[in-house]
Design a protein around this ligand. Structure first.
Ligand SMILES: [Mg+2]
Length: 237
């Protein structure tokens, strides 16, 4: 069947134009932001290490942090039209975020999109001793140390349930979920990764590109990703 299609979307820098978690960490973290960011970019720590380090730089003042997120949050053009069409066509839309996550539902709600998305898979934040935040990762892989939220597992679970999965993202960490999907819409660092590693992908600028793309004819690929095994040991390379 060509019409059993599900979308898995990253949130920061994908649904929104800015990466709100990174902006928050940069703003409150000062010079320490770059210590952690550089370790992440050099792949010396994974996303889980990034979240742990950066959350310790944020004040545990959720009103302040939500205000910060709302001030900077802008939906990428076409998102509202996209989720409306997906709902009309019976294509579920899942958000899978590996950021701080607490602002996702409030932002979607503000723009009237929360009810048009099916599930938001995200990390949880709570106060840490000393007045900063900590991040809990309920969707992590049991043993893999890399991601906080195992996007690859969300994609694989949908595929095992018979869905063709379209993945859309922007960050290098999206490579794991993208590599398990049937079709990739990539921009920024995800596009760079796909190009460097020979993963077929479609470049996208905004959600009108997803609306315009022909999504009826593509095969569901059941091919293990060379980058991770969510059903086994997790991270490979
Ligand atoms: Mg992102």
């Amino acid at each position: 069947m060509s019409d059993k299609i599900a979308y898995v979307l990253d949130f920061d820098g994908t649904v929104t134009t800015e990466d709100l978690s990174t902006e928050m960490a940069r703003y409150f973290g000062g010079a320490r932001f770059w210590d952690i960011e550089n370790l992440y970019r050099q792949r010396k720590i994974g996303m889980r290490g990034w979240l742990d380090g950066m959350s310790s730089l944020l004040p545990a003042d959720m009103d302040l942090l939500l205000d910060f997120a709302f001030e900077r949050a802008a939906l990428r053009p076409g998102f509202i039209e996209f989720v409306r069409q997906a709902r009309e066509m019976g294509h579920p839309v899942y958000i899978a975020s590996d950021g701080f996550g607490f602002y996702i539902r409030p932002i979607l709600d503000k723009y009237g999109c929360l009810d048009l998305t099916d599930t938001v898979y995200k990390n949880e934040t709570l106060p840490r001793e000393g007045g900063t935040l900590q991040v809990k990762t309920p969707h992590r892989h049991l043993t893999c140390p890399v991601c906080g939220n195992c996007k690859a597992n969300h994609v694989l679970r949908l595929k095992n349930d018979g869905w063709k999965v379209i993945f859309s993202g922007d960050g290098s960490n999206d490579r794991f979920g993208a590599s398990w999907s049937d079709r990739i819409f990539a921009r920024d660092r995800l596009a760079q990764f796909c190009a460097e590693h020979g993963l077929p992908f479609t470049c996208w600028a905004d959600f009108f590109d997803l609306l315009r793309a022909d999504q009826g004819e593509f095969a569901s690929v059941v091919k293990p990703s060379p980058f991770c095994r969510p059903e086994a040991e997790g991270y490979l390379k």
